[in-house]
Design a protein around this ligand. Structure first.
Ligand code: VGL
Ligand code: ZN
Length: 199
């Protein structure tokens, strides 16, 4: 079985959103076009409580995009984004959500961030996605979404560590590039870890 993994195709990551990824809207049509080619389509959804520790607003004296230590892990402080039950957390309006078989929310624990769709950043808790994919007898994952240098990267690296074969659909990805070159470095890291890069 082949599964398509759609990473965080949510309003806050699109132009005009709270944590807009440049050209993030360009990947929606890529996602819609690929869905019919897969046995299963899975979406991850960044789904934070308002008091989440990754939000700069919850750390007085700190600013957005600063790095801090959050309960023992390095944490980039982000603008408030993808708060549960707000419009910014909804899937992109153009996304064919009827084609999605299963959604895995992540980032609900205010004490720790969760870039990957599989585990939190400390690999302490599983979302259940790996177990579910194995139950469906999925062996190969094709991953696309936002953002290449954060949630896509960590989802791909965890998928490889969980022994799935992974294709990265680059045309369906856009990144943040907080530092110039971050996206290229992320793609190289995924390739070196065993992902097949599709362009
Ligand atoms: C993401 C930063 C914070 C992502 C999520 O989807 O890549 N990035 N939360
Ligand atoms: Zn987030």
């Amino acid at each position: 079985m082949n599964a398509l993994i759609l990473v965080d195709l949510q309003n806050d990551f699109l132009p005009g959103g709270a944590l807009a990824v440049p050209e993030g809207d360009a990947v929606i049509s890529v996602a819609n076009a690929l869905m019919p080619d897969f046995d299963l389509v899975v979406a991850t959804q960044d789904w934070h409580p308002a008091d989440h520790g990754s939000f700069a607003a919850n750390h007085p004296g700190h600013s957005e995009y600063q790095q801090i230590d959050l309960n023992g892990l390095p944490q980039t402080l982000w603008p408030v984004h993808c708060v549960q039950n707000t419009g910014g957390a909804l899937f992109a309006p153009g996304l064919n959500t009827a084609g999605i078989d299963r959604v895995f929310p992540k980032g609900m624990n205010p004490e720790i961030d969760s870039y990957s769709g599989f585990f939190d950043n400390g690999k302490r808790q599983s979302t259940g996605m790996a177990e579910w994919l194995r139950e469906q007898e999925v062996e190969t994952l094709t991953v696309l979404g936002l953002a290449t240098d954060y949630c896509v990267k960590f989802t791909v690296l965890d998928a490889l560590a969980e022994n799935f074969a992974v294709n990265l659909q680059l045309e369906g990805c856009r990144g943040v590039n907080l530092q110039p070159g971050d996206v290229d470095a992320a793609v190289e890291e995924m390739r070196a870890a065993g992902a097949k890069i599709l362009t």
